[in-house]
Design a protein around this ligand. Structure first.
Ligand code: NAD
Ligand code: UDP
Length: 314
């Protein structure tokens, strides 16, 4: 039988695709969003579905709903957006977690937190395993996001220990794909949009820093299987693609796949930008039988096709 499922941040990149996949499984879906970085156009095609409901709401405010499952995704994820109003970013992670955990406690719902590889900060352990506590600057420009997400994890585990809540914590590593905003500001969307427009490709620093990029379908398969995993498995669990690339290599792949004449230009590296990032996914393999199957080239081709279409509309 279908469940009643709340997706906070449901009009964003990951949230909108998650709503679509949950509806395809015949669940009732409530999409909650304040449209800070999310777009109505990501969910237009779902509005006619009688199982889909849209609620304009800010997670920093309490809300009363009756649901079986909560996916808590509300939070800007791109550094330029989460640094735009850092106080609101911390409130979204911390007050948002408190409100959603309170809701889960009242209605006895199972709740999943979209945490992040940023809890590892600029990591000194490589690849990152879940038992690594991280290297996070508590007072830098990324701290509103990193510490907000760390505090949300703390709240999840305290509600679990203190109130017996069924929790799931997923640590998401850089994920990309259709439904990203063309002005999102994260590296994959920036490079593709710049390449398609023939603009300079902006590499921050020397481009030697690394990231490991996961395609959205792989990520959501992991997230949905975590939600339905046995109650005694709480995570935190890394979900991401362990294939690691330098940012310069990413730029070169995007140029090759778009056939663009764009040039690489180098800009200042933002403060506290992590030098390396790669998930150890042994735990996800063991507990969820999960591994990614879409490699960077294949994922980039799909994402480029999406942005080509978006730019035609603009
Ligand atoms: P996104 O910015 O596209 O989506 C975030 C959504 O949350 C948007 O629709 C936004 O409007 C909404 N939102 C923000 N603040 C809100 C508030 N106070 N109340 C209600 N809604 C609010 O980002 P995304 O990539 O889809 O990320 C979704 C979640 O996954 C975030 O929690 C993010 O931290 C986490 N995450 C994503 C990645 C990634 O690579 N995509 C990596 C790590 C973690
Ligand atoms: N980056 C870049 N050019 C851009 C956007 C980002 O070189 O136009 C770099 C950024 O400095 C970081 C990496 O790409 O080293 C990933 O950045 P993103 O904002 O996508 O996510 P992060 O993993 O840093 O949160």
């Amino acid at each position: 039988m279908g469940q009643s499922i709340l997706v906070t941040g449901g009009s964003g990149f990951l949230g909108s695709q998650l709503c679509e996949k949950l509806l395809a499984q015949d669940h009732d879906v409530i999409c909650l969003d304040n449209f800070f970085t999310g777009r109505k156009q990501n969910i237009y095609h779902l509005l006619d579905n009688p199982r889909f409901e849209l609620v304009r709401h800010d997670v920093t405010m309490p809300i009363y709903l009756e649901v079986d499952r909560i996916f808590n995704l509300a939070c800007p994820a791109s550094p330029i957006h989460y640094q735009y109003d850092p106080v609101q970013t911390t409130k979204t992670s911390v007050h948002g977690a408190i409100n959603m955990l309170g809701l889960a406690k009242r209605v006895k719902a199972r709740i999943l937190q979209a945490s992040t590889s940023e809890v590892y900060g600029d990591p000194s352990v490589h690849p990152q395993t879940e038992d690594y506590w991280g290297n996070v600057n508590p007072i830098g420009i990324r701290s509103c996001y990193d510490e907000g997400k760390r505090c949300a994890e703390t709240l999840f585990f305290d509600y679990h220990r203190q109130h017996g809540l069924e929790i799931k914590v997923i640590r998401i590593f850089n994920t990309y794909g259709p439904n990203m905003h063309p002005d999102d500001g994260r590296v994959v969307s920036n490079f593709i949009v710049q390449a398609l427009k023939g603009e300079d490709i902006t590499i921050y620093g020397e481009g030697e820093q690394t990231r490991s990029f996961c395609y959205v379908d792989d990520l959501l398969r992991g997230m949905m299987s975590l939600m339905e995993s046995p109650a005694d498995f709480t995570g935190p669990v890394n979900i991401g693609n362990p294939n690691e690339f330098t940012i310069k290599e990413l730029a070169e792949q995007v140029i090759a796949l778009t056939g663009s004449k764009s040039k690489l230009v180098y800009r200042d590296l933002p403060q506290d930008d992590p030098k390396q990032r790669k998930p150890d996914i042994s735990l996800a393999k063991e507990k969820l039988g999960w591994a990614p199957s879409i490699e960077l080239k294949e994922g980039l081709i799909k994402t480029i096709a999406y942005f080509e279409n978006e730019l035609k509309k603009a």
